[in-house]
Ligand binder design. Structure first.
Ligand code: HEC
Length: 332
């Protein structure tokens, strides 16, 4: 009698243990593979059972500790974020139970085949593709922030419904920002068009006293590791004024292997005039210093807004500056 009972329990447990193909693969596809696939920033690909199985223990540890997927907002203390990439409690449990249950593969469900999107434009074929010319990244050394002014030469103003980066050498790109620079702007006004250029600090900070932020420059789209293509939402768009330039600001980091980067910016124009204009402003407190050991230093910055608006997103950003031990909020 006892034997039969044990056997029964064993069968139940086996049936309930999560399997890679049925239970784990969809979670990894949703939560991990955007970084853990060839060419991305994750140190290993997690797109197949053969790739994932050797990492089962490390995966368990990272998930149990909450270090993966990277998401630093504490859900108990923060608002709900639209782009929250953390695991749900059920997803977390499935991953942990899968490893504890022996990390078995199981059978592939027929419908789960094409979960990993091929590399390409996530938002579809852009209306306009602006290529960043080939940039040779050396194998070592510090690479200065590099600028490139690309005139759009569009005969009329356009509304941009969305933009997307296609980054080539992801392991070497610390960030790339694309700014819209209206004609007559004071922003890096000494940069020659069409050539890589290291802008001086003064040129980057220049502003005429009466110049409005949106007339000087606007961040169209930034890329940094972890970036996911995303539009601004229905009925919303950014303005690309007539004859505006796109100014690229590139920060490459050497990692021991020289390479040539050929990244691209895709632009999707709105079909109709939008209901709402989206504007990205970048006020910064770039002069505050954190005394060594002080864990609670406030920083503030301000911008004067001309009208009521809705806050769509916010990106606090800090840099450690090794030279003078200052931390600056990012300008962009
Ligand atoms: C936003 C990008 C990103 C996402 C999403 C992400 N990872 Fe990672 N992951 C990384 C990076 C970058 C590293 C290397 C971190 C380092 O070296 O400090 C890493 C490292 C790891 C490691 C190795 C840790 C170790 O022990 O060395 C594991 C395991 C891992 N990730 C699992 C996952 C799993 C599982 C998910 C999804 C649930 C996930 N990651 C989602 C970027 C990501």
């Amino acid at each position: 009698m006892r034997r039969v009972l044990l056997g029964f329990i064993g069968v139940t447990a086996l049936w309930a243990a999560p399997e890679y193909q049925r239970d784990v693969r969809p979670i990894l596809a949703r939560r991990c593979v955007s970084c853990h696939r060839p060419g991305e920033i994750g140190p290993m690909a997690l797109t197949s059972f053969a790739e994932v199985r050797p990492w089962a223990k490390a995966l368990r540890q990272a998930v149990a500790k909450g270090t993966m997927p990277p998401w630093h907002a504490d859900p108990a203390k923060s608002v709900a974020f639209h782009n929250d990439r953390s695991l749900t409690a059920a997803e977390r449990k499935t991953l942990l139970d899968w490893v504890d249950g022996g990390a078995v593969e199981g059978q592939a469900a027929a419908a789960s085949v094409a979960e990993v999107k091929p590399a390409g434009w996530g938002l579809g074929q852009p209306d306009l593709i602006i290529k960043v010319p080939r940039f040779a990244i050396p194998n070592a050394g510090t690479i200065q922030y590099t600028f490139l002014v690309t005139p759009t030469d569009l005969p009329e103003a356009k509304w941009i419904a969305a933009a997307e980066w296609r980054i080539d050498k992801r392991s070497l790109v610390h960030h790339i920002n694309a700014f819209i620079r209206p004609k007559g702007s004071s922003y890096v006004s000494d940069a020659p068009a069409g050539q890589f250029f290291v802008a001086s600090k003064a040129s980057r900070a220049s502003r005429r006293p009466d110049e409005r932020e949106a007339d000087r420059r606007e961040l169209l789209l930034g890329y940094e590791p972890g970036y996911r293509p995303q539009g601004w939402g229905d009925g919303r768009a950014k303005l690309l004024p007539k004859s505006a330039d796109i100014v690229f600001e590139m920060h490459y980091t050497a990692n021991g292997k020289a390479a040539v980067d050929e990244s691209e910016l895709g632009i999707y124009f709105a079909k109709d005039a939008p209901r709402e204009r989206v504007l990205t402003i970048t006020p910064a407190d770039s002069a505050f210093a954190i005394p060594p050991g002080d864990g609670n230093v406030p920083s503030s910055t301000a911008a004067i807004l001309q009208r009521e608006l809705t806050l769509l997103s916010m990106q606090p950003h800090m840099h450690l500056c090794a030279l003078n031990h200052k931390v600056a909020l990012r300008e962009a």
